[in-house]
Write a protein that binds this ligand. Structure first.
Ligand code: NAD
Length: 684
């Protein structure tokens, strides 16, 4: 049987090689192998020191997360680290690739840390709802001080080698062969030890500690893992290290079994599963070097920045010289701002902007490998644009649309190459938001889809494949949620109560505050355009129409579901809105009922769950968990709740079926009930 850890001898140095592809995850077998190798090092008189190094492209990039939901297998990581510390001989950690989580904790248990220049180190456990459980919260403050340790552990930040060296997270950056340098360093130590555990945490004032804790808590939205991490690091200043380690382990054990940690692990696996598409296995993406962006408005400018940041050459094309000027200066201003804030060097900004060409000349598009259209949301305009693109783009180039709602097949139909047309639905601001829906038209070729996904990944987005249905995945689920919240207005709640309940659940903003921010007129226009085809018997809430008719289009008009004082950010409850709602209820002879916050949240979530079930049954979404990724990364659904599908699975089949029956009943005519079963099949 092959072991994932082997001991190679380099003279009197034991080189302990972790070889557990693809990422050298710190599995039970790796831990057992390390323990055996350390035992050999301790007892073999011919060996005077050890080096721990990873085979392949990385050190231990993290723990095996699958183990975290189950009883942990021995030997556990703290025992491995304790064995290193007790082995009587110095051990050097030689890092490359990623040394994260348990991987970096292992390095912290060694005497010395040397890293290749490409290494990233960090303790990202908090982002998985847990804390470092193998000494990270006790040893890191002994290297970098308490405030910095709190900031690093609570953010889960990954730090590149050069910065890690400056901060003291590592002791050296290797300039040549990592293994040779690590062996030389181990030999140079002449048997002397310098363990992190033997240092004391550099002191700081209680005020500094409190300030670091308060800032981390705020940034970490006061989640339990952040709170626990602050408490655990605080122990490093007060307690003997063994007491601190025991306290940390107890907190880790408790957190790892929490629903929140389970939800965050679900998202971690959902991201990996979302990238796997059986139909695209082995399909090579087309090469893309020059991306053209058509339209320099809000989205075009954001997409351009995202592409420049990813190292692409970009051609930005407009029809309107003033719009090109405006879009171009927005892009320039964003880079200038990053330089001014110290987030980007002036050279890097100039280098990125140097790859941007701005043009009013459509003929320039002939050189592009991919064009992303971001012009007005109007089918006739887009069809005209695509017919022109078809004439000018080279054969084999990809034609993408950023449309939010229009039928991709109708757009592709304006070209003679529908196989080369794909939807790339970015979210605003496009240079910030991680979600990217990659829309599959009826004729889209597999390698065009594969290219959309690959470009999305290079743009550092989370690309999610979706079918060409109205609203794709995100806007369709969001619309069902918003419609349900409008039902609640009719039944007895006011906007401020619905928003407050959903914000307390964790949404960044409630649905009515969001509607005011985006503008009520977009949905109004859409409802008007669909009026002729709407089922006349379906339940229809007219409150938003009444608000629009009164000129209340949201923040931009100073009033919508709320009132906004000029210059003030805060929304204010407006009695006029209550009157509109009361009148609408009265016209339908609806007696208002008392709705508590829990009922509001349950209705809203069930509406999303039901729509998710419909999307899956229709094949619009490929993996159930994709709906969670879309809602969390594009619509402000609280990450720590895992998304609507995770929530539904936690409820279990019987309760969910009952809930959906109830939702169908309270939602009234026109509601289509989904089948919960499709959500519970765990294809991911
Ligand atoms: P916008 O009005 O800010 O910008 C559109 C730009 O396209 C304008 O500068 C206009 O001059 C230019 N344009 C129009 N016709 C053109 C043509 N024939 N050739 C070249 N340029 C042309 O609009 P936006 O908000 O950036 O939206 C663009 C697209 O992105 C729409 O399809 C929209 O639905 C979609 N979208 C918008 C958002 C958002 O939040 N704004 C989010 C996702 C998707």
């Amino acid at each position: 049987m092959t072991t994932p850890v082997r001991l190679e001898r380099d003279g009197d140095i034991a080189v302990i090689v972790i070889d557990n592809p693809p990422i050298n995850a710190g599995s039970a077998a790796v831990r057992a192998g390390l323990l055996a190798a350390i035992d050999t090092l301790a007892h073999d008189a011919a060996l005077q020191a050890g080096v721990i190094i990873g085979a392949g492209k990385t050190f231990i990039a993290g723990s095996d997360l699958k183990e975290f939901g189950q009883p942990l297998q021995d030997p556990q990581l703290p025992a491995v680290i304790a064995a290193i510390e007790a082995c009587g001989k110095p051990v050097v950690a030689a890092l490359h690739g990623a040394a994260l989580g348990g991987g970096y904790e292992l390095a912290l248990g060694c005497d010395y840390r040397i890293a290749a220049p490409d290494t990233m180190v960090g303790l990202p456990e908090v982002t998985l709802g847990i804390i470092p459980g193998a000494g990270g919260t006790q040893r890191l403050p002994r290297l970098v001080g308490l405030p910095k340790a709190i900031a690093l552990i609570c953010s889960g930040e990954r730090v590149a080698a050069s910065e890690a060296l400056a901060l003291g997270l590592i002791d050296a950056v290797a300039s040549g062969d990592l293994r040779q340098q690590a062996v030389a360093s181990a030999r140079r130590r002449n048997g002397a030890r310098s363990l992190v555990r033997d240092r004391s945490a550099p002191c700081c004032t209680p005020a500094e500690l409190a300030a670091a804790g308060a800032a981390a808590l705020r940034a970490g939205r006061e989640r339990p893992a952040v709170r626990a991490a602050i408490e655990a690091v605080g122990q490093a200043a007060q307690a003997d290290i063994d007491q601190g380690l025991a306290a940390e382990r107890a907190m880790f054990q408790q957190l790892r079994l929490s629903v929140e940690a389970k939800a965050l692990r679900h998202l971690f696996f959902a991201e990996r599963a979302s990238a796997r598409h059986a139909a695209l296995a082995g399909v090579a993406p087309r090469p893309v070097e020059l991306i053209a962006v058509l339209g320099a408005g809000t989205m075009g400018a954001g997409i351009t920045i995202a592409a420049l940041d990813a190292g692409y050459r970009v051609l930005l094309v407009e029809q309107d010289p003033a719009a090109l000027e405006r879009g171009g200066s927005n892009i320039d201003a964003l880079y200038a701002d990053r330089v001014q804030r110290g987030r980007l060097s002036a050279e890097s900004a100039a280098q990125r902007l140097g790859k941007l060409e701005r043009s009013l000349d459509w003929n320039r598009l002939a050189a592009a490998d991919l064009v992303i259209e971001a012009v007005f949301e109007d089918l006739a305009v887009k069809q005209q644009v695509f017919a022109r693109l078809d004439a000018v783009m080279r054969r084999g180039a990809i034609l993408a649309s950023n449309t939010s709602y229009l039928d991709l097949d109708a757009i592709a139909g304006a070209t003679a190459r529908p196989q080369d047309v794909v939807g790339l639905h970015f979210f605003s601001p496009a240079n910030v938001m991680r979600l990217l829906e990659v829309v599959r038209g009826a004729a889209t070729a597999p390698d065009v889809l594969a290219t959309g996904l690959a470009v999305g990944q290079r743009l550092r987005k989370l690309p999610i494949l979706t079918g060409n249905a109205f609203g794709f995945i995100g806007n369709r689920v969001y619309a069902a949620y918003r419609r349900q919240c409008e039902f609640l207005l009719e039944e007895g709640a006011y906007p401020e109560q619905v928003d407050a309940a959903l914000e307390a659940f964790g949404f960044a903003m409630g649905p009515f505050a969001v509607a005011d921010m985006s503008g009520l007129d977009i949905a109004w226009r859409m409802r008007q355009s669909q009026a002729a085809t709407r089922d006349p018997h379906a339940r229809y809430v007219d409150i938003p129409d009444r608000l629009c008719e009164a000129g209340r289009l949201g923040r931009k008009t100073g009033a919508g579901y709320y009132r906004y004082e000029p210059g003030a950010k805060a929304r204010q409850v407006d009695p006029v809105v209550r009157d509109v709602i009361d009148q609408s209820r009265a016209a339908r002879h609806l007696a208002p009922q008392a709705l508590d916050d829990a009922a509001i949240v349950r209705r809203a979530l069930l509406a999303m769950v039901n729509e998710a079930a419909l999307l899956l049954a229709e094949g619009v979404a490929g993996h159930a968990a994709d709906v969670d990724l879309v809602l969390i990364n594009g619509y402000g659904f609280p990450r720590w709740e895992g998304g609507p599908v995770f929530w539904a699975r936690e409820r279990g089949r019987a309760a969910l079926e009952r809930d959906l029956d109830w939702l169908a009943l309270v939602s009234g005519a026109g509601f289509v009930r989904g089948d919960a079963g499709v959500l519970l099949q765990r294809e991911d």
